[in-house]
Design a protein around this ligand. Structure first.
Ligand SMILES: Nc1ncnc2c1ncn2[C@@H]1O[C@H](COP(=O)(O)OP(=O)(O)OP(=O)(O)O)[C@@H](O)[C@H]1O
Ligand SMILES: [Mg+2]
Length: 312
Protein backbone atom coordinates (compact mmCIF):
# COMPACT_ATOMS: atom_id res chain seq x y z
CA UNK A 1 0.00 0.00 0.00
CA UNK A 2 2.71 2.42 1.00
CA UNK A 3 6.26 2.43 -0.22
CA UNK A 4 8.95 4.97 0.66
CA UNK A 5 12.30 4.91 -1.05
CA UNK A 6 15.22 6.94 0.23
CA UNK A 7 12.86 9.73 1.17
CA UNK A 8 14.84 12.82 2.16
CA UNK A 9 13.73 16.27 3.25
CA UNK A 10 16.06 19.16 3.88
CA UNK A 11 15.08 22.50 5.34
CA UNK A 12 17.96 24.64 4.16
CA UNK A 13 21.08 22.91 5.47
CA UNK A 14 19.16 20.91 8.01
CA UNK A 15 18.24 17.34 7.11
CA UNK A 16 14.94 16.51 8.78
CA UNK A 17 14.48 13.20 6.96
CA UNK A 18 17.45 11.20 5.82
CA UNK A 19 16.93 8.47 3.20
CA UNK A 20 13.90 6.83 4.77
CA UNK A 21 12.88 3.57 3.05
CA UNK A 22 10.02 1.40 4.21
CA UNK A 23 7.06 -0.67 3.03
CA UNK A 24 3.66 -0.97 4.61
CA UNK A 25 1.39 -3.77 3.44
CA UNK A 26 -2.35 -3.47 2.77
CA UNK A 27 -4.58 -3.49 5.81
CA UNK A 28 -1.80 -2.89 8.33
CA UNK A 29 -2.15 -0.69 11.37
CA UNK A 30 1.35 0.71 11.30
CA UNK A 31 2.81 2.74 14.14
CA UNK A 32 5.25 5.54 13.45
CA UNK A 33 7.27 6.21 16.57
CA UNK A 34 10.01 8.63 17.39
CA UNK A 35 10.95 11.38 19.83
CA UNK A 36 10.18 15.06 19.22
CA UNK A 37 11.81 16.24 16.02
CA UNK A 38 12.35 12.70 14.63
CA UNK A 39 10.67 13.57 11.33
CA UNK A 40 7.26 11.94 11.75
CA UNK A 41 5.21 14.99 10.81
CA UNK A 42 7.59 15.79 7.95
CA UNK A 43 7.07 12.29 6.50
CA UNK A 44 3.31 12.46 6.95
CA UNK A 45 3.08 15.89 5.34
CA UNK A 46 5.00 14.58 2.33
CA UNK A 47 2.56 11.67 2.07
CA UNK A 48 -0.34 14.09 2.36
CA UNK A 49 1.15 16.04 -0.60
CA UNK A 50 1.55 19.15 1.57
CA UNK A 51 5.34 19.11 1.41
CA UNK A 52 7.71 18.20 -1.41
CA UNK A 53 10.58 15.85 -0.59
CA UNK A 54 14.09 17.00 -1.46
CA UNK A 55 14.76 13.58 -2.98
CA UNK A 56 13.46 10.03 -2.94
CA UNK A 57 10.00 8.74 -3.70
CA UNK A 58 6.79 7.90 -1.90
CA UNK A 59 4.05 5.87 -3.56
CA UNK A 60 0.61 5.00 -2.27
CA UNK A 61 -0.98 2.02 -3.99
CA UNK A 62 1.48 2.60 -6.83
CA UNK A 63 0.65 6.32 -7.14
CA UNK A 64 3.61 8.69 -6.78
CA UNK A 65 2.66 11.45 -4.33
CA UNK A 66 4.82 14.07 -6.03
CA UNK A 67 4.11 13.34 -9.67
CA UNK A 68 0.47 12.49 -9.21
CA UNK A 69 -0.70 14.47 -6.19
CA UNK A 70 -4.33 14.73 -7.22
CA UNK A 71 -4.74 10.99 -7.51
CA UNK A 72 -2.75 10.40 -4.31
CA UNK A 73 -5.08 12.75 -2.41
CA UNK A 74 -8.06 10.58 -3.34
CA UNK A 75 -6.37 7.62 -1.67
CA UNK A 76 -5.48 9.24 1.63
CA UNK A 77 -7.27 10.67 4.62
CA UNK A 78 -5.00 12.96 6.62
CA UNK A 79 -5.46 14.03 10.18
CA UNK A 80 -2.86 16.68 11.06
CA UNK A 81 -1.36 17.15 14.51
CA UNK A 82 -3.02 20.54 14.82
CA UNK A 83 -6.20 21.43 13.03
CA UNK A 84 -8.33 24.43 12.63
CA UNK A 85 -11.97 23.85 13.25
CA UNK A 86 -14.75 26.13 12.22
CA UNK A 87 -16.18 27.64 15.38
CA UNK A 88 -19.56 28.62 14.12
CA UNK A 89 -20.43 25.22 12.69
CA UNK A 90 -22.28 22.39 14.34
CA UNK A 91 -20.70 18.94 14.15
CA UNK A 92 -22.99 17.70 11.41
CA UNK A 93 -22.51 20.95 9.45
CA UNK A 94 -18.75 20.58 9.71
CA UNK A 95 -18.84 17.11 8.15
CA UNK A 96 -21.46 18.19 5.64
CA UNK A 97 -19.23 21.08 4.57
CA UNK A 98 -16.31 18.77 3.86
CA UNK A 99 -18.58 16.24 2.16
CA UNK A 100 -19.61 19.05 -0.21
CA UNK A 101 -15.94 19.81 -0.85
CA UNK A 102 -15.52 16.18 -1.86
CA UNK A 103 -18.62 16.54 -4.07
CA UNK A 104 -20.60 13.87 -2.23
CA UNK A 105 -24.16 14.04 -3.66
CA UNK A 106 -26.67 15.70 -1.33
CA UNK A 107 -28.82 12.55 -1.24
CA UNK A 108 -25.95 10.66 0.43
CA UNK A 109 -24.61 13.36 2.72
CA UNK A 110 -27.07 13.09 5.62
CA UNK A 111 -26.62 9.33 5.96
CA UNK A 112 -22.87 9.61 5.62
CA UNK A 113 -22.63 12.30 8.30
CA UNK A 114 -24.67 10.18 10.70
CA UNK A 115 -22.62 7.08 9.97
CA UNK A 116 -19.33 8.90 10.54
CA UNK A 117 -20.51 10.56 13.76
CA UNK A 118 -21.59 7.13 14.97
CA UNK A 119 -18.21 5.63 14.04
CA UNK A 120 -16.31 8.20 16.11
CA UNK A 121 -18.89 8.02 18.91
CA UNK A 122 -20.12 11.58 18.54
CA UNK A 123 -23.75 10.95 17.55
CA UNK A 124 -24.94 12.71 20.69
CA UNK A 125 -22.99 15.81 19.68
CA UNK A 126 -24.50 16.05 16.23
CA UNK A 127 -26.08 19.45 16.92
CA UNK A 128 -23.38 20.77 19.23
CA UNK A 129 -21.13 23.59 18.06
CA UNK A 130 -17.65 22.41 17.15
CA UNK A 131 -15.98 24.84 19.53
CA UNK A 132 -17.98 23.45 22.43
CA UNK A 133 -16.35 20.04 22.02
CA UNK A 134 -13.57 18.82 24.27
CA UNK A 135 -10.11 18.37 22.77
CA UNK A 136 -10.53 14.58 22.44
CA UNK A 137 -13.91 15.05 20.78
CA UNK A 138 -12.48 17.56 18.30
CA UNK A 139 -9.81 15.02 17.43
CA UNK A 140 -12.46 12.39 16.81
CA UNK A 141 -14.44 14.80 14.67
CA UNK A 142 -11.32 15.50 12.67
CA UNK A 143 -10.84 11.76 12.21
CA UNK A 144 -14.41 11.51 10.91
CA UNK A 145 -13.62 14.30 8.44
CA UNK A 146 -10.57 12.42 7.16
CA UNK A 147 -12.84 9.45 6.34
CA UNK A 148 -15.41 11.30 4.22
CA UNK A 149 -14.09 10.27 0.81
CA UNK A 150 -13.56 6.66 1.94
CA UNK A 151 -9.76 6.73 1.59
CA UNK A 152 -7.68 3.54 1.52
CA UNK A 153 -4.86 4.93 3.63
CA UNK A 154 -5.30 6.97 6.78
CA UNK A 155 -2.46 9.14 7.97
CA UNK A 156 -3.04 10.11 11.57
CA UNK A 157 -0.51 12.43 13.18
CA UNK A 158 -0.66 11.90 16.95
CA UNK A 159 -4.43 11.37 17.08
CA UNK A 160 -4.35 10.41 20.76
CA UNK A 161 -2.17 13.23 22.07
CA UNK A 162 -3.72 15.02 25.00
CA UNK A 163 -6.44 12.43 25.42
CA UNK A 164 -7.33 10.98 28.80
CA UNK A 165 -7.07 7.19 29.29
CA UNK A 166 -10.71 6.58 28.47
CA UNK A 167 -10.53 8.65 25.29
CA UNK A 168 -7.38 6.76 24.30
CA UNK A 169 -9.15 3.44 24.83
CA UNK A 170 -12.02 4.70 22.66
CA UNK A 171 -9.54 5.79 20.00
CA UNK A 172 -8.09 2.27 20.00
CA UNK A 173 -11.56 0.82 19.46
CA UNK A 174 -12.11 3.19 16.55
CA UNK A 175 -8.77 2.21 15.00
CA UNK A 176 -9.67 -1.46 15.28
CA UNK A 177 -12.94 -0.75 13.51
CA UNK A 178 -11.04 1.03 10.74
CA UNK A 179 -8.81 -1.99 10.30
CA UNK A 180 -11.86 -4.24 10.12
CA UNK A 181 -13.11 -1.95 7.36
CA UNK A 182 -9.93 -2.85 5.46
CA UNK A 183 -8.17 0.50 5.82
CA UNK A 184 -4.43 0.80 6.05
CA UNK A 185 -3.50 3.15 8.89
CA UNK A 186 -0.27 5.00 9.59
CA UNK A 187 -0.40 6.46 13.07
CA UNK A 188 2.29 8.45 14.83
CA UNK A 189 3.07 8.84 18.49
CA UNK A 190 6.07 9.20 20.72
CA UNK A 191 4.75 6.56 23.08
CA UNK A 192 6.07 3.20 21.93
CA UNK A 193 4.18 0.93 24.36
CA UNK A 194 0.90 2.54 23.40
CA UNK A 195 1.45 1.94 19.69
CA UNK A 196 2.87 -1.55 20.09
CA UNK A 197 -0.32 -2.55 21.89
CA UNK A 198 -2.58 -1.66 19.01
CA UNK A 199 -0.42 -1.87 15.87
CA UNK A 200 0.54 -4.81 13.67
CA UNK A 201 3.84 -3.29 12.67
CA UNK A 202 6.02 -0.36 13.63
CA UNK A 203 8.64 2.01 12.34
CA UNK A 204 10.95 3.72 14.79
CA UNK A 205 12.49 6.91 13.56
CA UNK A 206 15.15 9.07 15.20
CA UNK A 207 16.82 12.21 13.86
CA UNK A 208 15.27 11.57 10.45
CA UNK A 209 16.68 8.07 10.21
CA UNK A 210 15.15 4.66 10.39
CA UNK A 211 15.98 2.76 13.56
CA UNK A 212 13.62 -0.18 13.08
CA UNK A 213 10.79 -1.23 10.80
CA UNK A 214 8.89 -4.49 11.07
CA UNK A 215 6.28 -6.41 13.00
CA UNK A 216 5.69 -5.80 16.69
CA UNK A 217 6.76 -9.41 17.32
CA UNK A 218 10.03 -8.83 15.44
CA UNK A 219 10.72 -5.74 17.55
CA UNK A 220 10.10 -7.62 20.81
CA UNK A 221 12.25 -10.47 19.59
CA UNK A 222 15.03 -8.17 18.55
CA UNK A 223 14.96 -6.35 21.83
CA UNK A 224 14.42 -9.37 24.04
CA UNK A 225 17.20 -11.19 22.21
CA UNK A 226 19.54 -8.78 23.99
CA UNK A 227 17.69 -8.82 27.27
CA UNK A 228 19.53 -10.42 30.20
CA UNK A 229 18.56 -13.71 31.80
CA UNK A 230 17.27 -13.40 35.29
CA UNK A 231 18.19 -16.19 37.71
CA UNK A 232 16.47 -16.13 41.06
CA UNK A 233 17.88 -18.25 43.84
CA UNK A 234 15.86 -19.48 46.79
CA UNK A 235 15.04 -16.65 49.19
CA UNK A 236 17.50 -16.59 52.09
CA UNK A 237 19.85 -19.09 50.41
CA UNK A 238 22.87 -17.31 51.83
CA UNK A 239 26.04 -15.74 50.47
CA UNK A 240 27.81 -19.04 49.93
CA UNK A 241 25.12 -20.25 47.52
CA UNK A 242 25.28 -16.98 45.56
CA UNK A 243 29.08 -17.21 45.35
CA UNK A 244 28.85 -20.79 44.11
CA UNK A 245 26.33 -19.71 41.46
CA UNK A 246 28.54 -16.82 40.30
CA UNK A 247 31.60 -19.10 40.15
CA UNK A 248 29.63 -21.69 38.17
CA UNK A 249 28.42 -19.08 35.67
CA UNK A 250 31.90 -17.61 35.26
CA UNK A 251 33.16 -20.99 34.06
CA UNK A 252 30.78 -20.95 31.11
CA UNK A 253 32.38 -19.34 28.04
CA UNK A 254 29.17 -17.84 26.64
CA UNK A 255 28.43 -15.89 29.85
CA UNK A 256 29.53 -12.33 29.20
CA UNK A 257 28.41 -10.40 32.23
CA UNK A 258 26.99 -11.20 35.64
CA UNK A 259 25.18 -8.61 37.73
CA UNK A 260 23.84 -9.21 41.18
CA UNK A 261 20.59 -7.54 42.04
CA UNK A 262 19.50 -7.68 45.64
CA UNK A 263 20.58 -10.67 47.65
CA UNK A 264 19.62 -13.66 45.55
CA UNK A 265 18.88 -12.40 42.03
CA UNK A 266 21.49 -12.64 39.30
CA UNK A 267 21.22 -11.03 35.89
CA UNK A 268 23.31 -12.62 33.23
CA UNK A 269 24.13 -11.44 29.74
CA UNK A 270 25.05 -14.27 27.41
CA UNK A 271 25.98 -14.74 23.80
CA UNK A 272 24.25 -18.06 23.58
CA UNK A 273 20.85 -19.27 22.47
CA UNK A 274 18.52 -21.88 23.94
CA UNK A 275 21.09 -24.70 23.92
CA UNK A 276 23.49 -22.63 26.02
CA UNK A 277 20.75 -21.61 28.41
CA UNK A 278 19.83 -25.25 28.94
CA UNK A 279 23.46 -26.05 29.63
CA UNK A 280 23.65 -23.20 32.12
CA UNK A 281 20.60 -24.40 34.01
CA UNK A 282 21.78 -28.04 33.97
CA UNK A 283 25.16 -26.99 35.32
CA UNK A 284 23.66 -25.04 38.21
CA UNK A 285 21.18 -27.75 39.15
CA UNK A 286 23.92 -30.41 39.07
CA UNK A 287 25.86 -28.33 41.62
CA UNK A 288 22.85 -28.08 43.90
CA UNK A 289 22.55 -24.35 43.42
CA UNK A 290 19.02 -23.50 44.66
CA UNK A 291 17.62 -22.02 41.41
CA UNK A 292 13.92 -21.35 41.73
CA UNK A 293 13.33 -19.09 38.72
CA UNK A 294 15.17 -18.78 35.43
CA UNK A 295 13.84 -16.54 32.67
CA UNK A 296 14.61 -13.83 30.21
CA UNK A 297 13.50 -10.53 31.67
CA UNK A 298 11.39 -8.88 28.99
CA UNK A 299 12.60 -5.39 28.13
CA UNK A 300 10.27 -2.67 29.14
CA UNK A 301 9.22 -0.93 25.91
CA UNK A 302 9.80 2.48 27.38
CA UNK A 303 13.39 1.42 28.06
CA UNK A 304 13.70 0.05 24.53
CA UNK A 305 12.58 3.38 23.17
CA UNK A 306 15.13 5.27 25.27
CA UNK A 307 17.82 2.81 24.26
CA UNK A 308 17.20 2.83 20.52
CA UNK A 309 16.74 6.57 20.28
CA UNK A 310 19.33 7.52 22.86
CA UNK A 311 22.71 7.59 21.19
CA UNK A 312 22.21 9.60 18.03
N1 LIG B 1 9.43 24.33 8.16
C1 LIG B 1 10.53 23.92 8.78
N2 LIG B 1 11.68 24.62 8.69
C2 LIG B 1 12.81 24.21 9.33
N3 LIG B 1 12.89 23.09 10.06
C3 LIG B 1 11.78 22.35 10.18
C4 LIG B 1 10.54 22.71 9.56
N4 LIG B 1 9.62 21.78 9.86
C5 LIG B 1 10.25 20.86 10.64
N5 LIG B 1 11.54 21.21 10.84
C6 LIG B 1 12.53 20.44 11.62
O1 LIG B 1 12.56 19.11 11.15
C7 LIG B 1 12.73 18.20 12.22
C8 LIG B 1 11.61 17.17 12.17
O2 LIG B 1 10.41 17.79 12.51
P1 LIG B 1 9.02 17.01 12.54
O3 LIG B 1 7.95 17.99 12.83
O4 LIG B 1 8.89 16.19 11.32
O5 LIG B 1 9.24 16.05 13.81
P2 LIG B 1 8.21 15.10 14.57
O6 LIG B 1 8.82 13.73 14.60
O7 LIG B 1 6.86 15.23 14.00
O8 LIG B 1 8.26 15.69 16.06
P3 LIG B 1 7.09 15.86 17.17
O9 LIG B 1 7.05 14.56 17.94
O10 LIG B 1 7.60 16.96 18.03
O11 LIG B 1 5.82 16.19 16.48
C9 LIG B 1 12.75 19.03 13.49
O12 LIG B 1 14.09 19.21 13.89
C10 LIG B 1 12.12 20.34 13.07
O13 LIG B 1 12.65 21.41 13.81
MG1 LIG C 1 5.04 15.86 14.75
Amino acid sequence: MLSLEKLTKKYGDFTALNGLSLEIADGQLHGFVGPNGAGKTTTMRILATLLKPTSGTATIDGVDVVRNGTEARRLIGYMPDFFGVYDSLKCWEYLDFYARCYRIPSADRKKMTERLLDLVQLSEKKDAFVDSLSRGMKQRLCLARSLIHDPKLLILDEPASGMDPRARAEMKTILRTLREMGKTVLISSHILPELSEMCDSLTILDHGQLVFSGSVEALSEKMNGNAPLEIRLQEGCGEAAVDTAVACLKELPFVKEILQEGTCVLKVRTEGGEAEHMQMLREMISRNIPVCDFHRAPMNLEKVFMEVTGDA
